[in-house]
Design a protein around this ligand. Structure first.
Ligand SMILES: C[S@@+](CC[C@H](N)C(=O)[O-])C[C@H]1O[C@@H](n2cnc3c(N)ncnc32)[C@H](O)[C@@H]1O
Length: 216
C-alpha cells in the first residue's frame, strides 16, 4: 500500500477504532477514570509522543489495573498505536490525537499519577530548546497535572537532550532518581519495556539514558 493510499484511508480506519479515542477529549477533563470505565482509585498514566504505540500497548497489557492515555500529534502515527490497542482488545488504553502543548486542556490538576516521555524529538539545544518536551515550560504544565509524589519517567538516546533534561527537571524542583546512562546494562532494565525507537537505537549500539523525576 502506498503512503498516499494509507493516508487517504485514515478517517475510515480511525472510525473503526472509535472506542479508543474521543471527538472532544477535553470533555473528559477531571473524569478520565469514570469515562474510561476504570475504578476511581486506578492510577492514571500518560505517555507523551507515543509514536506507533509499542510501549503503551505492552505496558497497558502488563498493568491491567492502571489507566493509560497516550498522546501523539501525528494522526497517521497514532493510528498505528490505536489499531494495536483495538486488535489487542485492551480495556485500559485510550488515545488523544493532539499537541502536548494543549495537555492542560485535557487533564485536571492532580489527575495524573505518572508521565512517560520516551525518546522525544531532540531538537537543537541552540535553536529549538523550547520545543523539547522536557523544556521548563512543558514541565510547568506537567506539574499542574501531576499528583504530589507523581513521576515523569524519561528515556532518550541523546546525550545533549539528556543533560539538558536533567537540568530542566532540577530547575523545576523535581527530585531525580534512577539516573543511568546505560539503562540496558543497569539494575533498572529488569522491568524496562522497550519502545520502537529504543529498540532501533539499541540495535545501533547506542546506550539508552534514563531518569525518574518525582514531584515533591
Ligand atoms: C522520536 S518519536 C518517538 C516515538 C516513541 N515514543 C518511541 O520511543 O518509539 C517522537 C514522537 O513524538 C511525537 N511528538 C513530538 N512532539 C510532539 C508534541 N508536541 N505533541 C505530541 N506529539 C509529539 C512525534 O510525532 C513522534 O511520533
Amino acid at each position: 500500500m502506498t503512503r498516499m493510499r494509507m493516508k487517504r484511508h485514515i478517517p475510515e480506519r480511525m472510525e473503526k477504532c472509535h472506542e479508543r479515542w474521543f471527538d472532544d477529549p477535553a470533555e473528559n477533563k477531571g473524569k478520565w477514570r469514570e469515562v474510561c470505565g476504570m475504578p476511581p482509585d486506578a492510577p492514571l498514566y500518560l505517555e507523551l509522543g507515543c509514536g506507533k504505540g509499542k510501549f503503551c500497548n505492552q505496558t497497558a497489557e502488563d498493568n491491567p489495573d492502571a489507566l493509560y492515555v497516550a498522546v501523539e500529534r501525528d494522526k497517521s502515527v497514532i493510528l498505528a498505536a490505536i489499531e494495536k490497542a483495538h486488535n489487542n482488545e485492551l480495556p485500559n488504553l485510550f488515545f488523544i490525537n493532539c499537541d502536548v502543548n494543549n495537555i492542560e486542556d485535557m487533564f485536571e490538576a492532580d489527575e495524573v499519577d505518572r508521565i512517560y516521555i520516551n525518546f522525544c524529538d531532540p531538537w537543537n539545544r541552540r535553536n529549538k530548546p523550547k520545543r523539547r518536551l522536557t523544556y521548563r515550560d512543558f514541565l510547568a504544565k506537567y506539574k499542574n497535572l501531576l499528583k504530589k509524589g507523581g513521576q515523569i519517567r524519561f528515556k532518550t538516546d541523546n546525550d545533549d537532550l539528556y543533560d539538558f533534561s536533567l537540568e530542566e527537571f532540577r530547575f523545576c524542583g523535581f527530585e531525580l532518581s534512577e539516573i543511568t546512562r546505560d539503562l540496558h546494562n543497569s539494575e533498572y532494565d529488569k522491568d524496562n519495556v522497550r519502545t520502537e525507537f529504543e529498540q532501533k537505537f539499541a540495535d545501533e549500539g547506542i546506550p539508552i539514558k534514563r531518569a525518574v523525576a518525582t514531584l515533591c
